[in-house]
Write a protein that binds this ligand. Structure first.
Ligand code: AGP
Length: 616
């Protein structure tokens, strides 16, 4: 949700900033813009549409060389995605440039105040007020850019990352953050600001997390961090564990294809060091005491989108292994229904980015009610794990494609690990049982690898449905969230009507959607599991086939009972029922990716979306 880059150093700022924006474009691609300072003047270029449009403009109308630059890719909230609303926004005197991520909630009143003094707004954005306010505050002391930014931040409400440059201060870029991401990259003779480390990873792996309500003053030789009142703030430096190649396509046509292929490794990395030779779970990062974990009488999982589906799978595992009642809730709904929380409730917040505002606000609400929050997250240094009582990181590496793939599988694995750890600490399962389950889990990466062998076949099946208008996905037990995830992938990538259902629910209404020839994807549970579920889904397949549906069936190797009822069949290796989502989801990702490609859509950057949703 908007990508931000700032640079001060010896290199050509424009090159550094544009390269950074290229790596952040997944965060928003409605427009892009840059500003540099050269010869005491601020110069900007901005253009609606993808970054390539801005690059074309820079080719036609180049900017001068500079050692100070800022840049922005936008996901529009206030105002249409056009050239004027693109960032940076400039103060009326042409001296201040501001880029912004988030929503300034009191912008109307600030706008009215500025207009009353004769300042004309150029754009429809909430962001532009920040540029004018900084210029107004600078009138107090034209040399004190930092003081001006501090005073402006004190007045803003809502969520904001601001990055500001000023024509009279070519030696610095000033950043500020509240409820919106911003990290510092620390180089030699150069420093960086960005929404995400991917923007500067080609230059440095040394980073600094910024806390809530902090201001950072970036110069080529130093980085200073204060609060909004100028008091020095504590910072948390860290080294990024992956390198620039992890954020490249690495020979694949699409980031999504690369990320699907990386899933066996991502899952293996997430398991690494977390199960010892005796099958005991080692989760040191769960810093909650054993006593606290034993006292839990309810678990509430909060997440959005794909992460929510991983939470739905977690519920089955947690309740089965620990018998602790577990609820799963969309983070965007959670705090508005007055949820019942207590210090004995453990809230698990799942988020790839660690910045999803809906999830962040939900977990803050839970903490205010006295509950402990455990984050499952893929992004080191992000807000959600930082504000949680404990965190378990997934080790999927950077996920660039907007549609989540490897993050999902690793979230599911992290949930299994947490569930088993709880069972171990609380004594809900004996060590032999835990060891047997952990052994099966550790074997899953090689089985996921086998699923990649189905890719070509699945692509062929997908192409059969390029002209379909609607696809249904059905499953039971943990196959139900898999069905939801398959449908979500298809919606967001192929822009097709797709719905996921608990297979048993079809007859309660949705079966009316069925038309002759409509594709129905069925996630079939193992016949080795609870017979009754397998039998029931066979009945559900018969019901849809009787109404003309064509069935694409995902079933375990050796399950021949289902074969006569499948128009197409995709096989999964044998595994425990609870782990089936780790296998069954893979072909659904490939299915959606291929349909989107066949339809000519931009798979990595689907329309209207952004990777990290930092507004509510
Ligand atoms: C799914 O493919 C999406 N990109 C989306 O649903 C995503 O999972 C959701 O926005 C939550 O993001 P998070 O994991 O970063 O919190």
């Amino acid at each position: 949700m908007c990508g931000i880059v700032g640079y001060v150093g010896e290199k050509q700022a424009l090159e550094v900033v544009v390269a950074g924006l290229r790596r952040l474009e997944y965060r928003g691609y409605d427009s892009a813009g840059v500003a540099v300072i050269a010869d005491g003047e601020l110069q900007t270029r901005k253009r609606a549409g993808k970054l390539i449009n801005l690059e074309d403009l820079l080719g036609e109308d180049p900017l001068p060389q500079s050692t100070n630059g800022i840049g922005h890719t936008r996901w529009a909230t206030h105002g249409a995605p056009n050239d004027v609303n693109a960032h940076p926004h400039i103060s009326s005197d042409g001296r201040v440039a501001v880029i912004h991520n988030g929503i300034i909630e009191n912008f109307s009143e600030l706008r009215a105040e500025l207009e009353a003094t004769g300042i004309a707004m150029m754009s429809e954005t909430d962001s532009e007020v920040a540029a004018h306010l900084v210029a107004v505050e600078l009138a107090v002391d034209p040399d004190d850019l930092v003081g001006a930014v501090q005073r402006v931040c004190q007045r803003l409400t809502g969520a904001f990352t601001l990055v500001i440059s000023h024509a009279d201060h070519p030696d610095m870029v000033v950043g500020a953050r509240r409820n919106s991401p911003l990290v510092v990259g620390v180089g030699k003779g150069e420093n960086f600001l960005a929404s995400d480390v991917a923007a500067f990873i080609a230059h440095t792996r040394e980073a600094i997390e910024l806390g809530q309500d902090q201001i950072v003053i970036l110069r080529s030789e130093r980085v200073d961090v204060t609060d909004f009142y100028g008091n020095p703030a504590e910072v948390n430096p860290y080294t990024v564990t992956w390198d620039a190649s992890a954020a490249e396509k690495g020979g694949y046509d699409l980031f999504m294809l690369k990320e699907i292929a990386e899933q066996p490794k991502a899952v293996a990395d997430t398991l690494l060091g977390r199960v010892d030779g005796a099958g005991r779970l080692l989760l040191d990062s769960i810093t909650l005491s054993d006593e606290e974990l034993r006292s839990i009488d309810k678990i509430v999982i909060i997440a959005c989108g794909t992460a929510y589906h991983s939470g739905m799978i977690a519920k089955y595992a947690i309740e089965h292994w620990t018998r602790v009642p577990t609820e799963v809730e969309l983070a965007s709904e959670f705090r508005y229904r007055d949820p019942i929380l207590s210090p004995r409730t453990l809230v698990i917040a799942i988020s790839q980015s660690g910045e999803t505002m809906d999830t962040l606000m939900a977990m803050r609400h839970a903490r205010e009610q006295g509950s402990k929050v455990l984050a499952i997250c893929n992004t080191q240094g992000s807000t959600i794990p930082r504000e949680s009582d404990a965190a378990v990181y997934t080790h999927a590496g950077p996920e660039i494609a907007v549609a989540s793939t490897k993050a999902f599988l690793t979230q599911v694995v992290a949930c299994y690990l947490v569930a088993l750890y709880l069972a171990q600490v609380r004594g809900d399962r004996n060590p032999e049982e835990i060891r047997a389950i952990a052994d099966d889990l550790v074997n899953m990466p090689s089985k996921i690898d086998l699923m990649l062998d189905t890719t070509e076949g699945v692509r062929g099946i997908a192409r059969e449905f390029a002209n379909s208008t609607s696809v249904l996905f059905i499953g039971r037990h943990v196959g139900f969230p898999v069905a939801l995830e398959g449908a979500l992938k298809l919606k967001e990538l192929a822009y097709m009507h797709a719905e996921g259902f608990a297979a048993g629910e079809l007859k309660h209404g949705p079966i009316a959607l069925l038309e002759d020839g409509m594709p129905v994807v069925v996630i079939v549970p193992s016949p080795r599991g609870r017979d009754v579920i397998h039998e029931k889904i066979i009945s559900n397949i018969l019901e849809v086939r009787a109404r003309g549906a064509r069935t694409i069936v995902i079933a375990e190797e050796g399950d021949e009972i289902v074969t006569p009822y499948a128009d197409w069949i995709i096989r999964t290796p044998e595994c425990p029922s609870l782990f089936q989502p780790l296998l069954a989801t893979v072909p659904l990702q490939v299915f959606a990716c291929e349909l989107a490609t066949t339809k000519g859509h931009d798979v990595d950057q689907p329309r209207n979306l952004a990777k990290s949703v930092t507004v509510e």
